[in-house]
Design a protein around this ligand. Structure first.
Ligand code: ISE
Length: 337
């Protein structure tokens, strides 16, 4: 049997888009980059020349190109739903960066389009599901090594953020990853959220609550605590631990190496999420390509994208009101079983 080489079009060539171009061109087997689009025309032409792809004038041209079998969407979030629906209409598999869409209505429109098309074409870029550390945690839990999950502790620290970053974005941009990993690790839905803003870091912008503590609860009553601190300065630091009835499982060391000298031990940390999760991104895209070749959907589905947006938007409401927000449990269509 010959395995089809997947020709990938990439829409959005900013930081993460450019990383994906490099990954597909140089680190992924069974795929190559054939078409690119970005509003920054000079940049896209430069990137296209580097990997031997065509620079297209519009996103739609990438999607409908006869030289493109599958698409990665790495444009800003507000364009995700419309572009994903165009990919579905073209009958092409699409890996859409998170969020699937900022609003619940747009996510629902994607699910409706995919179900009408009659086959799973959409994967959402929740790359932590492909991180080795998180996968070990899930395997340990599923194997029964720690008994029943009781509490999930998460820390999400970014060194800094641009001035345009808001307290709500801490939920939709950052905590949305903990929302997805919690649902995936625990295999149940989140039903309640509240957000506490305590003493503010003097290094945070005046308009930003930072750090914030997010407390969520699942259907069975597992408590999830997320510290989100986007001005932690010292490095990018993501931690996670499940406390079970008979043990704990947690992410292992994420150091980039260390040295000892002059009676001191020095550990290098990732400077940002692109470094910390580069292996996870590579594994995610390889798995996506393998899934397309095997004709079976893998990774986070459009339903997972919708569920994450529902909880992230509830967390935004909790930031705004200071109150606990109840979250109705979504019914999962059989299509996504
Ligand atoms: C960013 O947009 C990401 O997706 C990163 O994974 C996350 O750690 C960071 O907080 C976000 O701002």
């Amino acid at each position: 049997m010959t395995i089809q080489l997947i020709r990938v079009g990439i829409i959005g060539c900013g930081n993460i888009g450019a990383d994906h171009i490099d990954r597909v061109a140089h680190q992924i087997s069974g795929a190559r980059v054939t078409a690119l689009f970005d509003v920054a025309t000079e940049r896209v032409q430069e990137l296209a020349a580097q990997v031997g792809a065509a620079a297209m004038a519009t996103a739609s041209e990438v999607i409908t190109s006869p030289d493109v079998d599958a698409i990665i969407i790495a444009s800003p979030g507000q364009f995700h739903a419309a572009l994903t629906i165009e990919c579905i209409a073209a009958g092409k598999p699409v890996l859409c960066e998170k969020p699937l869409a900022p609003s619940v209505e747009e996510c629902e429109a994607v699910l409706a389009a995919e179900q009408a098309a009659g086959r799973r074409l959409v994967q959402v870029g929740f790359m932590r599901r492909n991180d080795v550390g998180y996968r070990h945690m899930k395997a340990n839990l599923n194997a029964g090594h720690i008994g029943d999950a009781l509490i999930l502790h998460c820390e999400h620290r970014n060194p800094d953020v641009p001035d345009s970053f808001t307290s709500e974005m801490s939920m939709t941009d950052s905590v949305v990853h903990e929302i997805d990993t919690s649902r995936w690790l625990l295999d149940e839905e989140i039903v309640r959220v509240r957000v506490i803003a305590g003493k503010q870091s003097p290094l945070a912008a005046k308009h930003l609550n930072d750090p914030q503590l997010v407390i969520m609860e699942t259907q069975s009553g597992v408590i999830i605590s997320v510290e989100v601190f986007v001005n932690a300065r010292y490095g990018y630091d993501v931690r996670c631990e499940i406390v079970g009835s008979n043990g704990v499982t947690s992410l292992g060391a994420q150091d980039l190496g260390q040295f000892v000298s002059n009676t001191q031990r020095n550990v290098t940390m990732p400077a940002n999420w692109r470094v910390r999760f580069s292996d996870a991104y590579r594994a995610e895209i390889q798995d996506w390509i393998n899934g397309i070749q095997a004709g079976e959907p893998r990774g986070a589905s459009a339903f997972d994208g919708l569920a994450a947006t529902v909880v992230a938007n509830a967390a935004v409401q909790a930031v705004k009101t200071g109150e606990t927000v109840e979250i109705p449990v979504l019914e999962k269509p059989a299509f996504y079983a």
